[in-house]
Design a protein around this ligand. Structure first.
Ligand SMILES: C[S@@+](CC[C@H](N)C(=O)[O-])C[C@H]1O[C@@H](n2cnc3c(N)ncnc32)[C@H](O)[C@@H]1O
Length: 371
């Protein structure tokens, strides 16, 4: 275990709002003698809280060396006989009996970007009893158009010619990145009231997408879009990383920069389509300014490497297929059918395909991954 990891876990333990919310939720959800799976246990804190809430048994699973520390902590607190520690990915965990409750804190700034959704989907299928409960049970995600100096710098630094060198080659990547920031509100201005983009259960595996319209309320600079979540931990407990909430807990927010900062005035209309595809790891956002007068279409797909998209599994496309792949992704908008996409792509030869069949097979693979 590295000092950085220990530092990170100290942060989770020191976050009193998070701890209080999880304790209240587990008090509400855990029944006497329930077995609780502490998924991504870290120091084991959520399992300890579950014991305090009356759990009969806790299975704490973490893929990292921190699990050895969790075991020592359980011993020091007299709970060694109630908690079983397993060093493994939860997806590799095999249990003789299903658990009654699964609890986890692996939540990204806009939920999808840390792992809770796929881990819970797997747990629901293989590890959780019928009628078993998930903590958190569901999420709502919110977005607001913002002026955000630190976020803007993440993109525009690459125009600044450090040491006199042109580094603008990196700017395209920076503008098409899902940034994560521990936001300070001094540096942040909401230009319009936030809107709810989507709501979904905590084991949701598919696309998360929404189209929103905003009317600017505060004249200022639009640097991009800030996203955050509200987790429903239990029927009466929620937890949020909303940067303006006095109840916020310590979790980053996600920032989707606008390609260029744009001045907007009160009364201007803005639109946003945000499309998160957790399976392929692709995030796309399209901004419309002043009723469609200007449009910015951005996506992590534009700059992703093949290993970002496909890991080390056999890629569906070699390097010279990347432009075709971007065209296909651009055409997937929830409206077009496969046939529409094929028609819009035009002649196979122009995209380097030997035949229409080859192009069709390729499009099917990409749409399957993206969907
Ligand atoms: C955000 S930390 C939270 C730790 C702890 N639950 C807490 O509240 O302090 C997430 C931990 O989950 C582990 N982890 C993430 N996904 C996992 C998975 N699918 N299976 C096992 N461990 C996982 C990481 O190694 C990390 O220690």
């Amino acid at each position: 275990m590295t000092p950085n990891e220990l530092f990170e876990h100290r942060g989770y333990l020191a976050d009193e709002r998070k701890i209080a919310a999880y304790q209240a939720a587990l008090d509400e959800v855990v029944g006497p003698d329930d077995t609780v799976l502490d998924l991504g246990a870290g120091t084991g804190i959520l399992g300890l809280l579950a014991c305090r809430a009356g759990a009969g048994h806790v299975i704490a699973v973490d893929q990292g060396d921190i699990i050895d520390v969790a075991r020592d902590i359980a011993v020091a607190n007299g709970l060694a006989d109630r908690i079983t520690h397993v060093k493994a990915m939860s997806t590799d965990l095999e249990l003789d009996d299903p658990v009654d409750v699964v609890v986890c804190d692996q939540i990204g700034g806009l939920v999808h970007d840390a792992g809770v959704l796929s881990a819970f989907a797997d747990a629901r299928r293989r590890l959780l009893a019928d009628g078993g409960r998930m903590v958190p049970e569901s999420f709502r995600v919110f977005v607001a158009p913002v002026g955000f100096g630190i976020g803007r710098q993440a993109v525009d630094f690459w125009r600044s010619a450090p040491a006199g060198f042109d580094v603008t080659a990196a700017r395209r990547i920076a503008a098409n990145t899902e940034w994560k920031f521990n936001v300070v509100t001094d540096d942040l201005t909401a230009l319009a009231a936030p809107s709810e983009l989507a709501a979904f259960p905590a084991d949701h595996e598919g696309r998360i997408t929404g189209a929103l319209d905003f009317e600017v309320e505060t004249t200022g600079t639009l640097d991009g879009w800030l996203g955050w979540f509200e987790a429903r931990l239990s029927p009466s407990v929620t937890l949020t990383n909303d940067p303006w909430s006095p109840e916020r807990f310590d979790r980053w927010c996600n920032f989707y920069a606008l390609e260029e900062a744009v001045e907007v005035a009160a009364g201007d209309r803005l639109s946003l389509t945000l499309d998160l595809r957790p399976k392929g790891g692709v995030v796309s956002w399209t901004t419309g300014l002043r009723d469609g007068e200007r449009r910015f279409k951005q996506s992590t797909f534009f700059t992703a490497t093949r290993s970002d998209l496909f890991g080390h599994a056999a890629p569906v496309a070699s390097g010279d297929r990347i432009p075709a792949m971007r065209r296909v992704l651009d055409l997937i908008d929830g409206q077009r059918s496969l046939a529409d996409i094929l028609t819009a792509l035009g002649e196979p030869a122009e995209l380097g395909f030997a035949s229409r069949n080859a192009m069709e097979a390729f499009v099917e693979k990409v749409t399957g991954l993206a969907g």
